[in-house]
Design a protein around this ligand. Structure first.
Ligand SMILES: *Cc1c(COP(=O)(O)O)cnc(C)c1O
Length: 401
């Protein structure tokens, strides 16, 4: 066991291995100068909708655009309330605000870190009223309609979609999956007794291809998926200034296109995604085994029987997170915190009027979570060293064999 540096994420090796194919994409595009739209973008969209088992995919400039356009396309309007969870990347709530709505939160399940469907029901039935005539959920304190829910498939594991979708049907709510961390994740639905892929269950879904995601571009990129042709069409308009044809603008839109070079890169990398996700699952299983017996010191990720995670992150909880993170850093092991501040307490949302204790499960998680090194190609030896150092930091002298 050496003392080599173990990065939190290794993005260098995979691109070195794929360099020839990626450079080929670049030379082809330079030759025909088709930088925006065209066959590379359409080709990627076809490949990705097949991968997600969704009917339509619209390539976009980022995951944030995907969330924003999906929310606008499903009909979220200025003055609406859209409900999500507090433990997500701020892009989720930025998109809600930028669609004109006000973000509100329900707490998470302490074991999966994803939206607690019981809390969502409580929110709808106790802090809101159902107006049967307009078929709207009206928020008591503000009188505003709650129109959509954004469950976040956090760390590569899908939220508990069956009860969330049931509530959405019962209360006429739209569901946009934030699948930015979950390319290829699966959920077992009791309703039709089969597995479903992230991006195929809600009215629409958003994916990010930020370089560090399970499927990452070599720059910025994203996509929305849906089974609804009309929603896909609206997102195609929104990404391109509302143009149905050059300089004929049906609506006012945005500049949110996926560029051809990134689409080409993504097509090359998508061919490896199943294998990479499998490698992440194997690495997660190895961590689980190495941590077995240390449950009192380290809480490992929980995968319910209905979830097949793609382990975008391997997140543990420990009592003294600051000390552990420092110790690991001292011995050359990279870690991350996703995320250190629950969004209802972040400075940007001071104006929403939340306080400490409002979402105690998310707050407690934020104080104790630590993301350990996780990427395809992480070796058994590297993982043994990570686990040894984690347990050592808790003054346990045994090394992991
Ligand atoms: C990465 C991420 C986003 C935003 O994606 P960008 O491509 O960076 O805009 C949104 N939500 C979650 C949960 C993410 O992890």
């Amino acid at each position: 066991m050496t003392n080599e540096h173990i990065p939190f994420l290794d993005l260098v090796t995979v691109h070195r291995e794929l360099q020839d194919e990626l450079v080929e994409v670049l030379t082809t595009t330079l030759k025909n100068a088709g930088f925006i739209g065209g066959p590379m973008v359409q080709g990627f969209e076809k490949d990705f909708e097949r991968f997600c088992e969704a009917r339509f995919c619209v390539g976009l400039a980022s995951g944030t655009d995907a969330l924003r356009f999906a929310l606008i396309a499903i009909g979220v309007k200025s003055g609406d309330i859209v409900v999500t969870v507090p433990n997500t990347f701020i892009a989720t709530t930025e998109a809600i605000s930028q669609a004109g709505a006000r973000p509100d939160f329900v707490d998470i399940d302490p074991r999966t870190y994803t939206m607690d469907p019981g809390k969502l029901r409580e929110y709808i039935e106790h802090t809101c009223k159902w107006n049967a005539k307009t078929r709207q959920v009206i928020h008591n304190a503000t009188g505003k309609p709650v129109t959509a829910v954004v469950p976040v498939h956090l760390y590569g594991q899908m939220a508990d979609m069956d009860p969330i979708l049931d509530l959405a049907t019962q209360y006429n709510l739209k569901v946009v999956e934030d699948a930015c961390q979950a390319q290829g994740a699966e959920y077992f639905s009791q309703k039709d007794n089969r597995w479903h892929r992230a991006g195929s269950m809600g009215h629409a879904a958003a994916f990010s291809f930020y370089p560090g995601k399970n499927l990452g571009a070599c720059g910025e990129a994203g996509a929305m998926t849906t089974n609804d042709e009309q929603l896909a069409q609206t997102c195609r308009l929104l990404r391109d200034h509302g143009q149905s044809k050059k300089y004929f603008h049906d609506i006012e839109g945005y500049n949110g296109r996926l560029d051809a070079i990134q689409a080409g890169f993504l097509r090359v990398k998508l061919r490896h995604l199943e294998k990479w996700n499998e490698q992440r699952r194997e690495a997660a299983e190895r961590y689980d085994k190495l941590f077995a017996g240390a449950e009192r010191l380290v809480t490992t990720p929980h995968q319910p029987s209905w979830a097949r995670s793609v382990y975008h992150l391997y997140v543990v909880q420990v009592e003294d997170r600051a000390r552990l993170q420092q110790k690991l850093s001292d011995v050359g092991i990279g870690t991350g915190i996703h995320y250190p501040v629950a969004l209802h307490l972040t400075k940007a949302y001071e104006g929403l009027g939340f306080k400490t204790g409002d979402f105690s499960v998310a707050e407690k998680a934020a104080a104790h979570i630590l993301s350990l090194p996780m990427f395809p190609g992480l070796t058994v030896d590297q993982q043994r060293r990570v686990v040894t150092e984690v347990l050592k930091s808790h003054s346990i002298t045994t090394t992991v064999s």
